[in-house]
Design a protein around this ligand. Sequence first.
Ligand SMILES: [Zn+2]
Length: 409
Amino acid sequence: MTDYLLLRNARVGGALRHIHCRDGVILAIDTDDSREVPESAVVLDLAGRVVLPPFVNGHAHLDKTFWSMPWQKHLPGTSIRQCVDRERSIRAAMTEPQWPRALALAQRMVAAGVGVIRSHVDVDTLVGVTGVEALVAVRERLAGLVDMQLVAFPQSGILADRGVAELLDEALGGGVDVIGGLDPLGIDGNVEAHLDVVFGLAGKHGAPVDIHLHDTGPEGLDEIRQICDRTIALGMQDAVTISHAYALGAEHLDAVRPVIDRLAEAGVSIMTDGPVGMTPPVRLLHEAGVVVLSGSDGIRDAWSPYGVPQMGPIATQLAYQSKMYDDDDFELVADVVTIHGSRVVGIAGHGLEPGCRADLNVLDATAVAEVVAEAISPSLVLRGGRRVQAAVDPWPAITGLADVRLAQA
Ligand SMILES: [Zn+2]
């Protein structure tokens, strides 16, 4: 283990700094280079490269992925309900264990500089809590490399799939950290009854809440209001997230603004990955005091053939769909995919401050804005002051095959 690491000329925010790390913790971030370091110190001159805290993937579905399998032809669905049913039939036909796929994808995320993952895990009457058991095992395998939080996710509904409420309860007692929900109106047709179960289990287990909400129209906005009302009534400020919240991006701003004010009052955070035409107004939410985080959502699964483990492309997508073009906005999005996410997930000691863990991403960029505009991934990933090697090197040395050397610019 490296006892002392000095990163000289690191770009932190807009300025050059010298980051001193000792025993896996950030000791100091200095403006000058006068601090004495032990002879044994490892010193890297970053020559102005950007340093960021680890990326936070605040919304993944590791249990669903086909990652590491041969390519699966995608069968599109036309409604959430149809996609749910199609995924159930695909899952019923799969005989291989799911944990190797989840582990392979999570490892790629770690290699891409992701330090925190909040993964939803399906809980329904078909799979029971087998996905939870698989993801708990993956989390144990990756302890120390990534902080993983699991959400019990009723993908088939709660009222629409009798028995799910009891399974969610079991999942929360079996290693899951957060209680999830799904379109109380669109999937279950009864907002009150759906939220009764979700917030009831949150109270019983002292668990935060993270609800998928794809419902749009005035009904979607009303569901957000109802979630805020419950949050305030139960004193759960800062412990509730709404994922997607398409209604905030799809409806007219005149109708959305009062809902944003209510979200701020309730301390409810919003997760978005920048969907076309339905991206919530990130800048407005931030200025109102609502914490916005982001994530990959599903990667290569029955819902979508798309998705990558790197957070750079997700940041770019979010900024582009938000029609952002200036550096202040790009820097906001960089916060969304790093420190804002860690605030919501509740991971302490995660940031570019003395006393935080030396979990750092070094990026070949001259400004934070460039990272977002160009979807740049880290060239060096440090965890506790140690280098994380890429999980996969697909082309190790090939005997007899010459390299082409590209001229240096
Ligand atoms: Zn999701």
